[in-house]
Design a protein around this ligand. Structure first.
Ligand code: SF4
Length: 711
């Protein structure tokens, strides 16, 4: 028996895990006492990790056209069919759809193959559904997709604002840290802004049951309130920002009275003013926001409305302060780092980053190979499936995600997959809703088998270590991609023997031609060149570290913007004028209820792993529809009765009614996890229409419109 350190594969907190390994089995897991994300804590999901393992139900052999085969045949077939589509239709007929579950090394080689050598820009990820609006807003405000805070800031704050985040269920260890901080410091105030009363409210000093979609109006109101009461940091605004007057003018449009803002947000004016006063009168304020803000057709604006308030009060770059986006997935951040979004190129460089295309092409070139990088961005997730539907994209490689369940208008997505001439799926499990659409299935390794790195919500890079051999012929994603690249003739550029070599290349690319003190001189914020050149032993032993990691900051950078210099050409942050917009999915006579969606505490995504633990299934064993008792009565349904929701996404959702006094009137909540595999018809994606944020391309998953009827 031996102990090994790794990282939890679930949420964006990124907790360190110590696993007890005995004879190729993990018999126990505990929180790693030395990992800076959790210092020994784990939540229920994390502590049940060893209960979800085992070879039962795993994919163990490649499958081509429904027939099991060997790897050589499968890899040759993938390469041959991708080549045929590329030659017949051009590079833009190829696409990849990745996942925040992949490790950074997997992401890196996939991005390099598709954008660098196959020449298609169409590589996107399910992280588009999770945090794309937060990314876009950080870029608009700071000139870079850069989370300014670290977790300790939450503990050092005087006020913590949780908006659009059920932290207690979705980032439980961060919630535990906040709860402990509050016990230690009773003066720490917690504000929860959420349409639903959730378990997170247990530690709230102030709860604002905001009307869905009105967050931008609320934070615009806060900005105007701060200006009127002279609660701005004028010196900070003057020296370090631009755009304040324009942002304030937008915030002041319409009726700016407290009563009018409260009415628009459906809040009590006194409680609203208490929040404004607490926010404005403390320097050390952290605003934590998550999918409740991001999953909106105006998610980027909502994020910027929050950031505007922090900039206006100088509440960032100091301990216990900052606008802090918490990612949903374990490696949504790592995917962003390698360029795993369709609007990115590589290493946090976009297509419009000066010199980026040439720089990346030169870096990826070998003696015999010249990369052919696309000229501009590709299709973001929803647009990608629309392009498949139109027949423009003819070959799609999906890795570690299940768009047949999770995307809005899921039935349309399924039809697009059905019609797509070539669908390749890399997957761990033998039974998912997606596999029926796959022409080629590639068995992938899973958590506890995979070896590489992930980056959590506070920019902390951690090792996820391979502790067990994969079952049967399952292989690591980076290996599969690399072997296909070799068969496509790009072997020279993909000559990796170990994920440590990929990480080294990724680290070198982040620092390649990244000199100077300002962005004008070529400085890019994402730089981990200080981690380049690690040998195998050093990579294996890599301790958690927050980027940037450079020669000047060899121990990493816990907090950004302490010097108030931002990654914009002039070094100043930008306040963005925000004009609030309501949800695009409109209520109607047939669909009069506002639909909210989200996770439950003990499940993860489409439950392929967590459903294997009876302990985790005990928490919520079946799909449900949460509704206010008054609405239940009006719609003729009782607690525990089966009911049906119908939505604009072309599908329906059947679940058991749960009466909840914490649910606002006129609204329902359903969990996102269930699919055809576990229930006849409880796919959240079938209820939602595909309305997107125009800047980030993130779908409006929090604001559906549905009808309800008893079964
Ligand atoms: Fe895993 Fe998140 Fe729980 Fe930590 S909080 S143990 S990362 S699921």
């Amino acid at each position: 028996m031996h102990e090994a350190r790794t990282t939890c594969p679930y949420c964006g907190v990124g907790c360190g895990v110590t696993a007890c390994v005995d004879n190729d089995e993990i018999v126990e897991v505990q929180g790693d006492p030395e990992h800076p994300a959790n210092f020994g804590r784990l939540c229920v999901k994390g502590s049940a990790l060893h209960e979800t393992l085992g070879h039962h139900g795993r994919l163990t052999r490649p499958i081509v056209d429904g027939v099991e085969t060997d790897w050589a045949t499968a890899l040759e077939t993938v390469a041959k069919r991708l080549t045929e589509v590329r030659e017949a239709q051009g590079p833009k007929a190829l696409a990849a759809y990745l996942s925040g579950q992949l490790l950074t090394e997997d992401y890196y080689v996939a991005n390099k193959l598709f954008k660098g050598f196959l020449g298609t820009p169409h590589l996107d990820t399910n992280s588009r559904l999770c945090m794309a609006s937060a990314v876009a807003a950080y870029k608009r405000a700071f000139g870079a997709d850069a989370v300014p805070c670290r977790y300790e800031d939450i503990e050092e704050a005087e006020v913590v604002v949780l908006v659009g985040s059920n932290l207690a269920w979705n980032h439980p260890v961060l919630y535990q840290r906040l709860r402990t901080a509050k016990q230690r410091n009773p003066l720490l105030r917690v504000v929860v802004i959420d349409p639903r009363v959730t378990d997170t409210c247990e530690i709230a000093d102030l709860y604002l049951g905001v009307k869905p979609g009105s967050d931008a109006r609320l934070f615009n109101g806060l900005l105007a309130w701060m200006a009127e009461r002279d609660r701005l940091d004028r010196v900070y605004l003057e020296r370090h920002t631009k755009g304040f007057e324009e942002a304030l003018a937008a915030a002041r449009e319409g009726d700016g009275s407290l009563e009018a803002i409260a009415a628009d947000c459906d809040l009590d004016p006194e409680r609203l003013e208490t929040f404004f006063y607490w926010f404005a009168s403390h320097l050390h304020v952290v605003t934590l926001y998550s999918q409740g803000i991001n999953q909106s057709s105006s998610g980027t604006d909502k994020c910027n409305a929050i950031i505007n308030c922090h900039l206006a009060g100088g509440k960032l770059g100091v301990p216990g302060a900052g606008p802090f986006s918490i990612t949903g997935q374990p490696n949504a951040m790592g995917g962003r780092e390698v360029g795993g979004l369709a609007n990115q190129l590589a290493a946090h460089m976009d297509y419009d980053t000066p010199g980026a295309r040439d720089r990346v092409a030169r870096f990826w070139a070998t003696d015999g190979l010249t990369p052919e990088l696309p000229q501009g961005p590709g299709h973001k997730a929803i647009e990608l499936f629309e392009a498949i539907e139109r027949g423009e994209v003819q070959a799609l490689w999906i890795m570690a995600t299940n768009p047949a369940v999770s995307l809005p208008e899921a039935n349309r997505v399924r039809a697009a997959l059905e019609a797509c001439p070539l669908v390749i799926v890399s997957e761990c499990m033998a039974d998912t809703d997606l596999l029926r659409y796959a022409d080629i299935v590639l068995p992938a390794s899973s958590w506890s088998e995979k070896d590489g790195t992930v980056t959590n919500s506070e920019r902390c890079i951690s090792r996820q270590r391979g502790l067990l051999p994969p079952p049967g012929e399952a292989r690591h994603d980076w290996w599969i991609i690399t072997e296909v690249a070799r068969r496509l003739g790009f072997g020279e550029a993909f000559a990796y023997a170990h994920p440590g070599e990929i990480f080294d290349e990724h680290a070198r690319l982040s620092g390649f031609e990244n000199a100077g003190d300002t962005p004008d001189e070529g400085r890019r914020l994402f730089d981990i060149s200080g981690l380049a050149g690690l040998d195998r032993a050093a990579y294996d032993a890599l301790a958690p570290i927050q980027w940037p990691v450079t020669a000047a900051a060899p121990r990493g950078t816990p907090r950004l913007f302490e010097d108030a210099r931002f990654a914009t050409p002039d070094g100043r942050a930008r306040l963005v004028p925000v004009r609030p917009r309501g949800p695009e999915q409109v209520l109607s006579e047939a669909r009069p209820l506002r639909l909210n969606t989200g996770r439950v505490r003990d499940q993860w995504h489409t439950m392929t792993r967590t459903a294997r633990s009876p302990r985790l299934m005990n928490h919520r064993a079946e799909p449900f529809i949460e509704i206010a008792p008054e609405d239940a009565q009006a719609y003729g349904v009782d607690d525990q009765q089966l009911a049906r929701l119908v939505g604009a996404g072309g599908g329906e959702y059947r679940g058991r009614v749960r009466l909840s006094k914490g649910q606002r009137r006129g609204e329902v909540f359903v969990p996102m996890h269930w699919s055809d595999r576990f229930s006849g018809a409880a796919r959240m994606g079938g209820l939602l229409a595909a309305h997107l944020d125009p800047v980030s391309g993130q779908p409006e998953s929090k604001h559906g419109a549905v009808g309800l009827e008893p079964l």
